[in-house]
Write a protein that binds this ligand. Structure first.
Ligand code: GLU
Length: 415
């Protein structure tokens, strides 16, 4: 199987959108590279008393529209180019939803499954010690991503506050509610995705009550399983998978029971309510709506031809390779691109920053309502660009994002 450098993919997306927007060379060059990259080597004492060294980074891709914003991933295959690509996509994502934020991303190359809670805490605190002077509500605000969660954010915030010697809850988002978190953050990525599916079904005149499948069953995938049915008034979940395997049931899987099974046992494929299948077959299932909610580069030339979904809602970052994208386009599959479909998380993160800054905390219904408005508007803006520029939704979303970022750079006198 071909391997992809996600940063090459991201740079090409920026260049293609810039060409259509007729941007000058300096602007394209500026938007094609991160503004600032921090690399650090962290030394952590493990439970056996020995020290172990980890490589980590934080990238502030572009801050013309506001402070850098984006998650921190703990993953064994993390490379500087993956983090660059993800930081670039965060910048586009915050611009597509029109948040007053830039984009960033961080990562630690590690296998969190092999670390104890104490080791995870030490690693998280070491990360913040390495970059504390570059973080802050008005500089760079991390959040969870793959294999990180509110507990890790709590440790990181605590370490930051110990360094700056004051409360500073807005330094990170998706914290536990008790220490400055917001209502509605945990299911925000999935909720945002389902809102875009609702809008897509309306415009394509597709019944949202049909079948759907989910590839990847981490936080976003689990929440999508529950919210799809709740928010769209029905829908049959016919297949799911996680890194350990897949599960199908053409009569529908019970989403609630499946989520609690996953939380209890760590896998979906041992759930009794369906038939075990190979993990990757879920993408090719006969389902109206497909949610890729795992890692980058899952939809490739090897499976894109076999995808039967009418709508693909990309909850993961960068799940589709460029070649696969062309196949989906040719097959007239409506792709809701990651920088729109997965923007719900960062949108509610922004709401959390606002609440932390004002110490005025909102009801859950207020968060849902504001998120719905933001994502519905972003969906409509992207689809106006589809019509106006006669391009597919991914390019249209990139054009919307790049135009807004370029405008901010220009107004600041950077280009
Ligand atoms: N990690 C999430 C994303 O990729 C959320 C980032 C954030 O809330 O800052 O969109």
């Amino acid at each position: 199987m071909k391997s992809y450098n996600s940063f090459d993919v991201a740079q090409n997306q920026i260049k293609e959108a810039s060409r259509i927007l007729n941007l000058n060379k300096a602007t394209v060059d500026l938007l094609s590279w991160p503004q600032r990259e921090l690399n650090f080597t962290l030394s952590v004492r493990m439970d056996d008393g020995q020290f172990r060294v980890f490589h980590a980074s934080r990238i502030q891709y572009n801050t013309a529209r506001g402070p850098a914003k984006g998650g921190i991933r703990f993953h064994s295959l993390e490379t500087i180019d993956t983090v660059r690509a993800l930081a670039c996509w965060m910048t586009l994502k915050t611009a597509v939803v029109d948040l007053p934020l830039g984009g960033g991303k961080g990562g630690i190359a590690c296998n969190p499954g092999q670390l104890s809670q104490r080791e995870l805490e030490s690693l998280s605190r070491a990360y913040v010690r390495a970059c504390a002077s570059s973080l802050g509500l008005h500089k760079d605000v991390p959040a969870p991503d793959v294999n990180t969660n509110p507990q890790i954010m709590a440790w990181m915030m605590d370490e930051y506050e110990a360094i700056v010697q004051q409360h500073h809850p807005g330094v990170l988002t998706d914290k536990p509610m008790q220490i400055g978190g917001t209502q509605g953050r945990r299911d925000a990525t999935a909720r945002g995705g389902v809102i875009t599916v609702r809008e897509a079904c309306k415009s394509l005149k597709i019944d949202p009550g049909g079948t759907f499948a989910i590839q990847g069953f981490g936080n976003a995938g689990q929440r999508a399983a529950l919210l799809h049915q709740e928010m769209l008034g029905g829908g049959k979940l016919v297949g799911v998978c996680d890194s350990k395997g897949g599960l199908v049931n053409p009569n529908g899987l019970n989403a609630k029971e499946l989520v609690s099974h996953k939380l209890k046992t760590g896998s979906v494929s041992t759930f009794k309510g369906g038939k075990k299948v190979p993990r990757d077959s879920i993408l090719e299932l006969d389902a109206d709506i497909l949610y890729p909610a795992a890692l980058e580069n899952s939809i490739t030339v090897d499976n894109a031809h076999n995808i039967k979904a009418k709508i693909i809602c990309e909850l993961a970052n960068g799940p589709t390779t460029p070649e696969a994208d062309l196949i989906l386009k040719k097959n007239k599959i409506h792709v809701i691109p990651d920088i729109l479909a997965s923007a719900g998380g960062v949108t509610v993160s922004y709401f959390e920053m606002v609440q932390d800054g004002t110490l005025d905390f909102w009801e859950e219904s207020q968060v849902h309502e504001k998120l719905d408005k933001k994502l519905t508007k972003a969906y409509q803006t992207v689809h106006e660009a589809v019509r106006e520029k006669k391009v597919h939704p991914r390019l249209a979303a990139t054009i919307v994002g790049v135009a807004r970022i370029a405008e901010a750079c220009e107004l600041r006198g950077w280009v």
